[in-house]
Design a protein around this ligand. Structure first.
Ligand SMILES: Cc1cc2nc3c(=O)[nH]c(=O)nc-3n(C[C@H](O)[C@H](O)[C@H](O)COP(=O)(O)O)c2cc1C
Ligand code: SF4
Ligand code: SF4
Length: 269
């Protein structure tokens, strides 16, 4: 295998970016980070290895950080990372990724932010359609450059501003992990027991003993369940009712569901 791109995506932005790069880099395989974690596939041999993920509270999603800590590279591949986000540069995902990789003597060679649309519905409604289209156009232009840079194995460092402040906010957020899903509720009258929330969860944190979701307190707040529910039966903190659910227009819900085949770590308690 020439190139591997590991991706993590709840609402499709990062999967869109991963596919865009896959189409432009011959002989590239995409691998889902939650599935790799469960299947415990960590030993990798490839020429170029990429990580594409959303910015979560100004740094890495918790499962991406876990995966970076476990993955091991044979030989010396070109390593790159792309963080999708609503607001770029405010964050330290690449610094933190390098911190984890540095412990095994590896470093990211190319790093980029790609601004798309924020899916953090608890803080604000999804951006207007015209804004989404403009961001998509700029993202497309930027991605063409990123694809060329990765093909040529160029070095590139994304700006990351206000690093200490970002670290503070990120650590405060991650300290709440056990409580992250306490804000979710389900309107059982709207729930059709379709199972999408359960199947999109990268942590296997949702069980449905009576058809509707029951969260198991091992959430990473990716918000996949909230956005995927076709009847908008799921709410977060009483503030997301009436706010527009989001998914990247080129990605289907089916694309985002997980099929955990392995017997590896079981996240849900
Ligand atoms: C828990 C959480 C925290 C987030 N924090 C940030 C952030 O600090 N900065 C930002 O620009 N976007 C933030 N976002 C928005 C996502 O990074 C952005 O929508 C991303 O493109 C979603 O990618 P996905 O569709 O592949 O999941 C956050 C989203 C979530 C769910
Ligand atoms: S419970 Fe929902 S927000 Fe939490 S990890 Fe699963 S899909 Fe993501
Ligand atoms: S996705 Fe929505 S409708 Fe489907 S089982 Fe979950 S809560 Fe119910």
């Amino acid at each position: 295998m020439k190139n591997i791109i590991y991706y993590y995506s709840a609402t499709g932005n990062s999967l869109y970016v991963a596919r865009f790069l896959q189409e432009r880099l011959p002989d590239t395989e995409l691998r889902s980070i939650p599935e790799e974690l469960v299947e415990e596939r960590f030993d990798v041999l490839a020429d170029r290895i990429g990580f594409v993920f959303p910015l979560h509270y100004l740094s890495l999603p918790l499962q991406v950080e876990e995966f970076l800590g476990k993955v091991s590279f044979r030989e010396a591949p070109y390593l790159f990372a792309v963080a999708t986000c609503g607001v770029p540069y405010w964050g330290r995902p690449f610094l933190d990724a390098d911190g984890v990789l540095g412990r095994k003597g590896r470093h990211l060679n190319g790093t980029w932010f790609v601004r798309l649309v924020s899916n953090y519905l608890p803080s604000r409604d999804t951006a207007a359609e015209w804004r989404i289209r403009i961001r998509a156009w700029f993202a497309h232009q930027k991605l063409q450059g990123i694809a060329k840079s990765v093909a040529n194995k160029e070095h590139h460092s994304a700006w990351q501003i206000l690093r200490e402040l970002c670290q503070h906010y990120h650590e405060e957020w991650r300290a709440q992990q056990k409580k992250m899903d306490e804000n979710f509720s389900c309107d059982t009258e709207r729930c059709t027991s379709c199972s999408l929330c359960e199947r999109i969860c990268p942590m296997r944190n949702i069980l449905r003993p009576k058809g509707h979701p029951v969260w198991q307190h091992n959430c990473v707040e990716c918000l996949g369940c909230l956005h995927a529910c076709p009847t908008e039966a799921i709410d977060y903190g009483g503030v997301t009712q009436g706010r527009r659910r989001y998914r990247h227009k080129d990605i289907s819900v089916k694309d985002l569901l997980h099929e955990f085949k392995g017997k590896g770590q079981k996240n849900a308690k």
